[in-house]
Design a protein around this ligand. Structure first.
Ligand code: GAL
Length: 645
């Protein structure tokens, strides 16, 4: 486990580099990421390269035992390149090009961009291939699906559709273009959706396909850089850094051939008890192994919005330890210093503009110290009996077609993740199409778009004795994003043992359900169920569907299948989670205080319990007969000793 920083030597006077490297060494920094936006300093003119400054920085780090990650600088092509080749920037529907001088506006598909990007990446790889302490490569920065309408992208989208459907007739049938005179009579009529135009006005089939295409284009771009680096440094460890952006590429396929997943982790600085644990578990699930944080919260957020709250005491250290608890074995803080110039000067780093290391820096020092204490747990992994499924198509389709106020695919995941983690069990968040062997409980929220693989494996999992949870808006769409003409939840109705007779989009309204002896609130959505043999677990108390089932449980093969037709308040989800864990015979803790997160990591026979207080108030819990106290945002690992980190 190690701590690092993102460093931008190109922003600082040379005199500062040595001081910075020295302070990093003293503090315990073990890795720095550099160069991911520095193209114009690495290639100031077409074909004239200047690596001397980077050589010097890499050497300064190496002399101090600090490893280096090189970010390929392709997110910000230099202005001379835009001037010579305006076609490398993204275009909107009218052909208007994005403004040079910002970042992330290059078109991944442009052959000219690829040529130049390939050249700088090749030069970097050749230059640093033999430097032992260059331990990893980050491709570009936070790549995401782009809505570029340049000729190249439009042409490639049409080709993609031709490959998928073969003929216009087949594509028209798949998209149901009978609606709104949407029939295509020539491929030249096909365009990507326009950026920032409401998605709800487009054909849902086109939208979903475009999102798949945009994701695959991003993946192909990452693969292009990956292959290039690998051709020069066969053993290179390569990644790219991700966040949960609007046009998320398919993380599972994008990272398949990369060596590790990395995530940019900016938990909320508002002390409201919200948790980033879902994101962390999701990123660990991408390759089903430990991952990196490539950017970690270090100060007040800002720039793209008003500045946010200053991290509360404990957050800078605590959130990094929380990420480690969930499997991030390297945590790189964004950034060593606040920028004094440029658009991002108000996204704060560890050292303030004053150049006086202050409160947050002291916490960072304490973090480096804390990580040394965690050394015995190095190499440990997280094993989980509970899996939560994530489907890219579900996210794409659900996001682009509104269902009811407050209803988001990710919210369902967050609600269920919270319900289970509040009971102290490890949760893996994995691809809906992944193998489910070894799990006891599988939570499959909103299986919205048909995946035959996922439907088959959920059936098999339940048949063999697993406990499954399915929720509302499952089995709604076919692969073309059209509604399936059968009673919901269609592909899952047999295992659920009930069907949806009707539904009500409650949005911000709420209704009550009876769940055992309790009365709980539900909101957003109400599936009015009819049992085909399933036992009724919760019943509506309000409205024209009072008395109808809202939640059911069915025996299917040797297993049990719950169907949750609503969005429930936390107490209801938690009650459900408890029932499922009991059904599956899995141990859990019902006595954890609010906000206390428990993750167990194992290493052979050794087990380490990471207990984190994700809240602004002190907490206490029972641990093997003793009371264990936790300060706000503090971590304890009782197996390592009686101390707080
Ligand atoms: C990330 C990005 C960084 C920096 C940071 C803070 O999304 O990768 O370069 O911009 O956000 O805004």
């Amino acid at each position: 486990m190690r701590i690092g920083v993102d460093y931008y030597p190109e922003h600082w006077d040379r005199a500062l580099w040595r001081q910075d490297a020295e302070l990093m060494r003293e503090t315990g920094v073990r890795v720095v990421r550099v160069a991911e936006f520095a193209w114009s300093r690495l290639e100031p003119e077409d074909g004239r390269f200047d690596f001397a400054w980077l050589d010097e920085v890499i050497e300064l780090m190496g002399e101090r035992g600090i490893d280096v990650v090189i970010g390929t600088p392709t997110s910000c092509p230099p202005l001379w390149l835009f001037e010579a080749h305006p076609e490398i920037s993204q275009a909107d529907y009218s052909g208007q090009r994005d403004l040079p001088g910002i970042r992330g506006h290059r078109c991944y598909q442009s052959p000219v961009f690829r040529e130049y990007a390939g050249r700088i990446v090749r030069r970097l790889a050749e230059r640093y291939r033999d430097v032992k302490h260059v331990i990893a490569w980050q491709i570009d920065n936070e790549v995401e699906g782009s809505f570029c309408c340049c000729d190249v992208c439009v042409g490639k989208f049409r080709e993609w559709l031709k490959r998928r459907y073969g003929t216009l007739e087949a594509m028209n049938a798949a998209f149901h273009t009978d609606v709104w005179s949407g029939d295509y009579s020539a491929w030249s009529q096909v365009f990507p959706p326009v950026k920032n135009h409401p998605m709800t006005q487009y054909n849902p089939g086109l939208i979903l396909d475009f999102q798949r295409f945009a994701s695959q284009s991003t993946e192909a771009y990452v693969a292009f850089q990956r292959e290039l680096i690998r051709s020069i440094i066969p053993g290179a460890r390569i990644t790219t850094n991700s966040w949960f952006c609007e046009h998320l590429p398919d993380l599972y396929s994008m990272y398949r051939e990369l060596d590790f997943a990395s995530y940019d982790n900016y938990p909320s600085t508002v002390p409201d008890g919200s948790s980033h644990a879902l994101h962390l578990d999701l990123m660990r699930g991408v390759k089903r192994r430990n991952f990196w944080i490539m950017e970690q919260l270090s100060g007040l957020p800002g720039c793209w919005m008003n500045m946010g709250r200053a991290p509360q005491p404990g957050m800078v250290k605590g959130y990094a330890l929380q990420a480690i608890a969930h499997g991030a074995d390297t945590v790189v803080h964004f950034r060593w210093r606040c920028a004094v110039g440029g658009a991002e000067m108000y996204w704060h780093g560890l050292i303030d503009h004053s150049n006086v290391p202050g409160r947050r820096f002291k916490e960072f020092e304490a973090l480096c110290e804390a990580v040394r204490a965690l050394a015995p747990a190095d190499g440990s992994r997280i094993e989980s009996k509970v899996a939560l499924l994530f489907g890219m198509d579900n996210e794409y389709a659900f996001r682009s077609q509104l269902q009811a106020e407050g209803m988001y695919y990710m919210r369902q995941l967050a609600d269920w993740h919270k319900a289970f983690t509040a009971l102290g069990v490890n949760v893996d968040v994995i691809d809906q199409n992944a193998d489910l062997d070894g799990y006891g409980v599988v939570v499959a929220p909103t299986m919205y778009v048909r995946s035959e693989t996922a439907a088959r494996s959920l059936h098999t999992f339940a048949e063999r004795g697993g406990t499954v949870l399915l929720t509302c808006r499952s089995g709604v769409k076919d692969v073309n994003n059209n509604c399936i003409m059968a009673p919901l939840p269609t592909d899952y109705a047999d295992m659920v043992g009930a069907h949806v007779a009707e539904y009500d989009a409650l949005g911000a309204d709420s209704a009550r359900v009876r769940f055992g002896d309790e009365v709980c609130r539900i909101t957003c959505w109400a599936d009015i169920l009819e049992s085909d043999g399933a036992e009724v677990v919760a019943t509506y108390l309000d409205g024209f569907y009072a008395g109808a089932p809202a939640v059911t449980r069915n025996r299917y093969g040797a297993g049990k299948v719950y169907y949750f037709g609503v969005y429930g308040e936390a107490a209801l989800c938690r009650g459900m989670a408890e029932r499922m864990l009991k059904d599956a015979g899995l141990a859990y803790r019902a006595d954890l205080p609010e906000g206390v997160e428990l993750v167990s990591r194992t290493n052979g026979d050794a087990r380490y319990t990471f207990i984190f207080n994700n809240g602004p108030k002190p907490a206490a819990l029972d641990w093997e007969g003793k009371t264990l106290a936790l300060s706000p945002y503090a971590l304890r690992v009782p197996e390592l000793g009686d101390f707080e980190l």
